[in-house]
Write a new protein. Structure first.
Length: 266
């Protein structure tokens, strides 16, 4: 158990790290959180212990994820306030029903539920379209969809525009690493960068003539399918598990893909 002084220094360092990550000055944060710049400086240097309400307020204005807000509270000597429920818990029954309704309603097109580390938590029957082509070892739980997509034993050999799609996924992951500071995601990014790719991978996504989004062009048997995706999250989560869930739904990017999937009853 760290001494009080150590806890104060720790929470202050955490606040400063998040403020630096968000590129917010002490003055701007103090104005937004309605505290004095002097007091914020004292908190960051360990000369003052923030109140529980101040920790919560700073977490809100710094847009710190709920999991890390709990860590901030612990560092300041307070109990966490955000629960972390098991997805199978009775209190999440309504959420599970809503998610299943969204997944089923999206048929015959694929839709998946992901956690904060891109692990597959659930999916509809049409996800089998992607899972059919991967090696069994990649299908062992927990299934990480980024590994599944970019690994040479996964979907990668079947992705027609692998260089373009890889750049898109790595860009999303880079933004998440910057936003969350999660070391697991940072390690995952390094791992994925090490996967071989026979196609050029652009550093920056630049649209070609007429392009409005990056499609996933996927070869399944003799067919080439094209998808774009949307990502949905819960709008008002107060639970860590819910805050970290996302639902990615894939839509046909052309009429041929839509007709093929509707015809297969997927």
């Amino acid at each position: 158990m760290p001494a009080a002084g150590e806890a104060r220094r720790w929470v202050g360092e955490m606040v400063r790290e998040w403020r630096d990550r968000r590129r917010i000055s002490q003055l701007d944060l103090s104005i937004a959180a309605e505290i004095s710049t002097r007091h914020l400086s004292f908190v960051e240097t360990g000369r003052a212990r923030p109140s529980r309400e101040m920790v919560l307020r700073l977490g809100e204005y710094l847009e710190i994820p709920l999991r890390e807000r709990n860590q901030l509270l612990l560092a300041a000597g307070y109990a966490p306030v955000y629960t972390e429920s098991d997805l199978a818990a009775p209190e999440l029954a309504a959420v599970r029903r809503a998610v299943r309704q969204l997944l089923a309603g999206h048929e015959p097109y694929p839709a998946v539920v992901l956690d904060r580390r891109w692990n597959l938590m659930d999916g509809n029957d049409s996800v089998a379209l992607f899972l059919d082509v991967i090696s069994p070892e990649l299908a062992a739980p927990p299934v990480n969809v980024l590994r599944l997509t970019l690994h040479p034993a996964g979907m990668a050999p079947h992705v027609v525009n692998l260089g373009e799609w890889r750049a898109h996924l790595l860009g999303r992951l880079r933004r998440e690493v910057r936003a969350t500071g999660d070391p697991y995601l940072a390690d995952l990014l390094q791992e994925l960068r090490g996967y071989p790719c026979a196609q050029p991978v652009p550093e920056v996504e630049v649209p070609g003539p007429g392009d409005i989004l990056v499609p996933l062009r996927f070869r399944h048997g003799t067919d080439e399918l094209a998808f774009f995706s949307t990502v949905a999250t819960f709008g008002t989560p107060l639970d860590v598990t819910l805050a970290e869930l996302s639902i990615e739904s894939f839509f046909p990017a052309d009429a041929a893909t839509a007709a093929l999937l509707r015809g297969q009853g997927r």
